[in-house]
Design a binder for this molecule. Structure first.
Ligand SMILES: Cc1ncc(COP(=O)(O)O)c(C=O)c1O
Length: 399
């Protein structure tokens, strides 16, 4: 027996691979600092944990409606209305096993062989692979640091063809932290209004982790003309530090939501009943800690951006949100390590940093834009300081 053609089109998640490598090294007693994983170091808030425990005690341990309990759908609708000014009814919202399943459901439910999906790079690692799995063709639009890691309206216009099915927008972005302003979303929207066959997958997973005076907005809100063909995607993983609970959700056209539910009914069925009860508490409960956590992330961002910009060969833009930085280092390519290895690409630099400096980062190649690396700063300031010092020493040792 051989793996299927669909499976052969995709590769394992490179970020999860780095995370398992760090676990392995730590188990072997190596003093490694893992800056590869995309999850907050904060704990799930107590009231959310208590809601999960109460759900177990109340025997909410059985199958639920496939794409979300009525209580959670109501909470999701209230969230979209409160935070984004978007009104959806129950038939327009879906709850899934993490935002990753939301992506998977949307693509597999709609993409046919030969359909194109526009993905600005650098991108979250799962976008191209899920499109490939669905039989579609990822159309990558390079959005480098010189354009703030953001897709421009001209690029979008140039990438659209009669086969385009979706464009994926992710703001603030994993891996760069770049966020689209209202004006930028409006300008992209003006292009999309002219192409009614293109749907928009708006991934707002990092909505609540934004800094300085950046104001989060989402495209269906800024461009109401696009509401009917936008899937607005969000989840509990990042904002509520609930990565392990696996709750993602989306709002969009009723037929699309129904199609996604049909697929889910033949794959995972409902998301965990206990996690759904906890998600109701997260979405309906006190939201004030979100701001406090964003303030903590902001000072970590400032620390890391400052230290990386003082590192030999590194240029580190200052992100608007999320908990990643995406420094580039063109002048380090071609240099030699103390052990004699040549830094041929960003993969080689990531390997060198792991082997010599014992700091795990993810090479830019995984996100489609090189030479760069993604550093997750969702850890304490003391660990970040130590990690950046190690990176500084390692880069200074390159000749
Ligand atoms: C941009 C983006 N969207 C969606 C997700 C999916 O999150 P989860 O499946 O953990 O809910 C992630 C997780 O890394 C992400 O970075």
């Amino acid at each position: 027996m051989q793996p299927s053609a669909a499976l052969n089109r995709i590769k394992p998640s490179p970020t999860l691979a780095i995370t398992s490598r760090v676990f392995e090294l730590k188990r072997a007693g190596v003093d490694v600092i893992g800056l590869g994983a995309g999850e907050p170091d904060f704990d799930t808030p107590d009231h959310v944990k208590e809601a999960g425990i109460a759900a177990i005690r109340a025997n909410k341990t059985r199958y639920t409606d496939v794409d979300g309990t009525p209580e959670l759908k109501e909470a999701v609708m209230a969230k979209f209305s409160r935070d984004n000014g978007l009104d959806y009814d129950r038939s327009q919202v879906t709850v899934n096993v993490g935002g990753k399943q939301t992506l998977f459901n949307a693509m597999v439910a709609t993409v046919n062989v030969g359909d194109e999906v526009i993905i600005p790079a650098p991108y979250w690692v799962s976008y191209p692979d899920v499109v490939l799995f669905a039989g579609g063709t990822p159309v990558i639009a390079q959005a480098g640091a010189e354009q703030g890691y953001k897709l421009t309206p001209d690029q979008l216009e140039a990438a659209i063809t009669p086969r385009t099915k979706w464009v994926i927008l992710n703001s603030p972005s994993n891996p760069t932290g770049a966020g689209y302003s209202r004006a930028e979303l409006r300008a992209l929207g003006d292009v999309l209004v002219r192409h009614p066959h293109v749907w928009i997958f708006a991934d707002d997973m990092y909505e609540h982790i934004v800094y300085d005076d950046f104001e989060f907005a989402t495209i269906a809100q800024v461009c109401p003309e696009l509401y009917e063909r936008t899937l607005t995607v969000n989840g509990c993983s990042k904002a509520y530090a609930m990565t392990g609970w696996r709750i993602g959700f989306a709002g969009g056209a009723a037929w699309l939501i129904k199609a996604m539910g049909k697929l889910q009914s033949q794959s995972t069925s409902n998301p965990c009943s206990i996690a759904q009860a906890a998600a109701v508490a997260a979405l309906n409960g006190d939201q004030s800690f979100l701001k406090q956590r964003a303030i903590a992330f902001q000072s970590r961002r400032d620390l890391v951006v400052g230290m990386l910009n003082q590192t030999n060969g590194m240029v580190c833009p200052r992100p608007d949100g999320a908990f990643y930085v995406y420094p580039s280092f063109p002048t380090l390519i071609g240099k030699r390590t103390p052990g004699g290895a040549i830094i041929e690409d960003d993969g080689a630099l990531a390997t060198y940093l792991l082997d010599d400096a014992k700091v795990a980062v993810v090479q830019g190649a995984a996100f489609g834009l090189s030479p760069a690396m993604r550093i997750s700063y969702a850890t304490s300031e003391s660990v970040l300081t130590e990690a950046c010092e190690r990176i500084q020493r390692a880069c200074a040792a390159l000749v």
